[in-house]
Design a protein around this ligand. Structure first.
Ligand code: FAD
Ligand code: NAD
Length: 467
């Protein structure tokens, strides 16, 4: 590839970009990855998946010790106290180790890390900081950032009105955290601060939490979080928020319109979604325009409309999930190398890492019905699962949605303490085109939570054992 500096230049080192870079290098392509952040790993490793899971784990341990779960099993932890600085430090260590791990993998695989902000000059020339770099193929993996809410100005440094990045770094437990948006980030980070002692109010525009998930799961999630003590203000919108020295005054209105009211908070988290990063990328220089939602459209092989330019991850349509970005990273590298890289977008699991966890893969019951498919649904409560009963974590259920004619599994939805782990089996089964009978007749180790998936699959035929 004498004419170019690189066979492949990837812009962005998140789960999409770094995985694409490693795979491309593994396939013998001369590869570089440009990143404007100081460390590798993108949103996920620096300010997303990893730090949020560290705080979810730490706060769960605290909650178990402080609020009785340990005591129920005879583990008496007296005078439990919170050292928030230490919890934050442990989170920072996890982030440092994981971002450092990508640096190690880049070195091991001979991927060049180009430090600086990248912008196209033409389809094969990208300015990274002060240098111009040429590449036969350029992959846009620039990810996404927080969607701003008009009238509510985020100031992470001041620490009163924050986005997810600010909410991951609070130095004090909020007295009253108002979360704007009852989606994944709002519920995960709301759970962290509730467990650590904050009063948490979630203001959600829609009538239910967690848009995109199965209707029954959304309803149950509402009950679960309310029972845990979160105040849920559904069908309500925030029209403004003003930070005062000591707190924040919000104005709220019914989503359908009506009289406004004020709400006082010590802190506010804005978590109303994320939008693709394309600003300053020089897309106009290559004649590539984002769609109405700001996303870069691609074909199923991740080619954009411009020859030699590819795109993956949060910046293209589809769920904004790290594993989706990773899968696309592998596929795009394989396609660039002349292989056949495919991502089955119909089978991408999603997980909300609250307690209990909430997970799903495939179609919701509503989507299956809308598609006009005759369906059979099997449900099994975690209260009927022996391991959940033993562990005293019986909240939730497993729901299997199957095609009524072929019995092929169309979707699986789970609320359970370990739903995120359980959903992997459902995804694998669906990837192999399994029927509910296939799952029902697969031996599952006893006593384990996944037995509830087997029983829900048996319930599709109307014959579970333990209810
Ligand atoms: P990103 O990870 O956003 O990475 C893009 C990178 O490109 C960034 O580092 C950015 O600095 C860089 N960049 C952008 N523009 C340029 C430029 N012009 N030049 C150079 N570099 C550039 N997903 C999950 O699956 N599980 C989770 O548990 C989870 N938790 C999350 C928690 C939070 C709080 C947040 C905010 C997100 C979470 N996500 C989670 C979503 C997940 O982080 C994203 O889906 C994922 O990071 C997308 O990967 P990506 O590679 O497309 O982009
Ligand atoms: P989201 O789309 O999950 O939720 C945003 C919520 O805000 C929605 O329920 C929406 O109805 C509500 N909303 C929008 N405007 C509003 C307004 N003005 N007032 C009140 N409510 C309003 O977005 P998010 O929670 O910000 O997460 C962003 C992305 O990050 C998601 O796409 C998600 O996939 C990803 N993420 C994933 C994980 C995970 O996989 N565990 C964790 C965190 C983030």
């Amino acid at each position: 590839m004498a004419d170019y500096d690189y066979d492949v230049l990837i812009i962005g080192s998140g789960p999409g970009g770094y995985v694409a870079a490693i795979r491309a290098a593994q396939l013998g392509l001369k590869t570089a990855c440009a990143e404007s952040r100081e460390t590798l790993g993108g949103t996920c490793l620096n300010v997303g998946c990893i730090p949020s899971k560290a705080l979810l784990h730490g706060s769960e341990l605290y909650d178990e010790a402080a609020n009785g779960t340990l005591a129920k099993f005879g583990v008496i932890a007296e005078k439990v106290s919170l050292d928030l600085a230490r919890m934050q430090a442990e989170k920072d260590t996890a982030v440092k180790e994981l971002t450092g791990g990508i640096e190690y993998l880049f070195k091991k695989n001979k991927v060049d890390w180009l430090k600086g902000r990248a912008a196209f000059q033409d389809a094969h020339t990208v300015r990274v900081g002060d240098a111009a770099v040429t590449a036969k193929n350029v992959v846009i993996a620039t990810g996404s950032s927080v969607t701003p809410l008009p009238g509510v100005e985020v100031d992470n440094a001041a620490g009163r009105i924050v986005d997810s990045t600010g909410a991951l770094a609070l130095a004090e437990v909020p007295e009253h955290l108002v979360v704007i948006g009852g989606g994944v980030i709002g519920l995960e980070l709301g759970s962290v601060w509730r467990r650590l002692g904050a009063k948490v109010t979630v203001v959600e525009f829609l009538g239910q939490l967690l848009p995109g998930m199965d209707g029954e799961v959304r309803k149950e999630a509402g009950k679960v979080f309310a029972k845990q003590g979160m105040e849920l203000r559904l069908s309500t919108k925030v029209t403004g928020a003003t930070a005062t020295g000591a707190g924040v005054t919000l104005t709220l209105e019914p989503a359908a319109g009506g009289a406004s009211e004020t709400l006082e908070a010590s802190h506010v988290l804005v978590s109303i979604g994320r939008r693709p990063n394309t600003d300053g990328l020089g897309l106009e220089a290559i004649g590539l325009a984002p769609n109405k939602r700001g996303q870069i459209e691609t074909d199923p092989q991740f080619r954009t409309a411009v020859d030699g330019v590819w795109a993956i991850g949060d910046v293209i349509p589809g769920p904004m999930l790290a594993h989706k970005a990773e899968d696309e990273g592998i596929a795009v590298a394989e396609n660039i190398a002349g292989q056949t890289g495919i991502v089955n977008h119909a089978v991408i699991p999603s997980v909300v890492y609250t307690m209990p966890e909430i997970a799903g893969v495939g179609l919701t019951e509503e989507q299956a019905k809308e598609a006009g498919k005759p369906i059979k649904v099997g449900k099994f409560p975690m209260a009927g699962n022996s391991r959940a009963k033993t562990n005293r974590d019986t909240t939730g259920f497993v729901k299997v949605i199957a095609d009524a004619e072929t019995d092929r599994v169309l979707g699986v939805w789970i609320i359970a303490s370990v739903a995120g782990t359980m959903i992997a089996e459902a995804a694998l089964a669906m990837e192999f085109g399994a029927t509910s009978e296939d799952i029902a007749y697969t031996s599952h180790a006893h006593p384990t939570h996944p037995e509830a998936l087997k029983e829900a699959a048996m319930a599709v035929q109307g014959k579970p054992i333990h209810i």
